[in-house]
Design a protein around this ligand. Structure first.
Ligand SMILES: CC(C)(COP(=O)(O)OP(=O)(O)OC[C@H]1O[C@@H](n2cnc3c(N)ncnc32)[C@H](O)[C@@H]1OP(=O)(O)O)[C@@H](O)C(=O)NCCC(=O)NCCS
Length: 178
């Protein structure tokens, strides 16, 4: 697997593949912000809506490519600047997804490592995220050294529309680990 950071052009080129990945993830039952059924057209519109943030650096998006140059996973970092001058040290890890056909082979862990390293390189010292409580992702975050901050009941609806609890995690990276 190769993780490639996508600029605005790369995001546009890969929108179809990223949309297929997002639709697969939602329709597979993962809680990443959407309700099922979720079609590739809706997913593509959502990715196109990220273009401005990618272009101006508020959002960093990586695509995991397999040996045939196909997108099999993604992860993004949402930086807290420029709107929050007191939060330049902080970023949110969002939309970590691996295609259902490619799970369980270490891609999710590798994407997480790439995003954490890039955050540290960008001067970020604190990462945070939220994830559905008891989801497979929780095991990954805990084993990668993330700290559980707490759980909020009924925080978000899963793709089937049922309200589920969400657990918040954080991790110090780069200079924040010293
Ligand atoms: C979470 C996700 C990205 C993990 O991707 P992946 O490529 O399968 O993960 P990896 O193969 O790198 O496995 C990472 C760890 O999670 C564990 N894991 C993976 N799937 C699991 C599952 N269903 N149940 C329990 N643990 C699981 C692995 O065993 C591994 O731990 P280990 O190294 O201690 O054995 C993937 O399941 C996914 O895309 N889920 C849907 C989207 C989602 O929920 N994203 C998180 C939003 S916050």
């Amino acid at each position: 697997m190769t993780a490639v950071r996508l600029g605005a052009d790369g995001l546009a080129e890969r929108t179809g593949e990223l949309a297929a990945l997002l639709a697969d993830t939602v329709n597979g039952g993962a809680s990443v912000g959407f309700l099922a059924p979720f079609g590739p057209e809706q997913a593509a519109a959502w990715w196109r809506g990220r273009a401005d943030a990618v272009a101006d650096g508020r959002l960093a998006v990586w695509a995991a490519l397999d040996g045939a140059d196909r997108v099999v996973g993604t992860v993004s970092l949402a930086f807290a600047f420029p709107g929050k001058p007191n939060s330049r040290h902080r970023a949110e890890l969002v939309k970590l997804m691996v295609h259902r056909d490619a799970r369980g082979r270490g891609l999710g862990r590798r994407l997480l490592t790439v995003a954490e390293a890039a955050a540290a390189d960008a001067g970020v010292t604190l990462l945070h995220l939220d994830t559905e409580t008891d989801s497979p992702a929780e095991h990954l975050y805990r084993s990668a050294g993330w700290t559980r901050a707490g759980t909020i009941p009924d925080y978000a609806a899963d793709p089937g529309g049922v309200l589920r609890p969400t657990t918040l995690y954080y991790k110090h990276v780069g200079a924040g680990t010293g």
